[in-house]
Design a protein around this ligand. Structure first.
Ligand SMILES: *Cc1c(COP(=O)(O)O)cnc(C)c1O
Length: 226
């Protein structure tokens, strides 16, 4: 057995022992219903909250764009397509930010943003617990050059909101940067602008990250920032 095979088998066996291995199941979604293994199911997990992924105008626009532009490779390879600029300036405007940068997915956005800004020491604070976050910052902030407070804006399981206003004040007090992952806020709350806009005024969240794969009904991720 080659060493790569040996490594892979060992890793899969360990995963198998820890919990059931995740195997993709073919699921075909049409609006709010999904077909899986011959069963007709109501989907509560797609996160396409506004059903824009199946909206006729959206589909028509996507077809027209494909006919007009065709397909391209990555931005790294084929340079800056004008549609990127248009998308980014619209996102920045929506979020009240100076600029935006889109990524291949929300996951890739987080995987790109966080290591670009800060190092590897992670301190976890209790769910929405600003006092605990404050205690951790008080104990650890001085040991590090830079600090990032990262939170979801809307938490996906219960739909509860992060205390963004208090976290923003805390971040400013400790010279930390606040990153809100608004995967479940965009298009849903704050007049569609997301979790920083729920109280009528914009909370100062310098790093507003999100996905285009949920309420926007497409695929991709973004960061809006100063
Ligand atoms: C879904 C989700 C992402 C990832 O977005 P994708 O575009 O699906 O990769 C990131 N953060 C949170 C909180 C999410 O719910």
């Amino acid at each position: 057995m080659r060493s790569l095979d040996g490594f892979a088998c060992g890793k899969l066996a360990a995963l198998e022992g820890a919990r059931p291995r995740r195997t993709p199941v073919v699921t075909v979604r049409g609006s709010i219903f999904a077909e899986r293994a011959g069963r007709h199911l109501l989907s509560f997990s797609c996160n396409d909250y506004l059903n824009l992924g199946r909206h006729l105008e959206v589909i028509k626009a996507a077809v027209a764009a494909a006919q007009h532009y065709g397909a391209d490779a990555s931005r790294l390879v084929t340079d800056n397509h004008p549609l990127y600029d248009e998308l980014e300036s619209r996102l920045a405007r929506l979020k009240g930010a100076a600029a935006a940068c889109v990524f291949g997915s929300g996951y890739l956005a987080n995987a790109g943003i966080i290591p670009a800004l800060v190092g590897a020491t992670v301190c976890r604070y209790r769910h929405c617990d600003v006092a605990h976050a404050e205690a951790l910052l008080a104990a650890n902030r001085a040991k590090h050059q830079r600090a990032l407070i990262a939170t979801d804006g809307v938490f996906s399981m219960d739909g509860d909101l992060a205390p963004l206003s208090d976290l923003s004040t805390l971040a400013q007090r400790f010279g930390a940067w606040l990153l809100a992952d608004d995967a479940h806020g965009l298009g849903v709350i704050g007049g569609g602008r997301g979790s920083s806009f729920t109280n009528g005024t914009a909370v100062d969240v310098p790093l507003q990250m999100g996905t285009l794969s949920k309420a926007v009904g497409a695929y991709g991720g973004y960061l809006c920032a100063p």
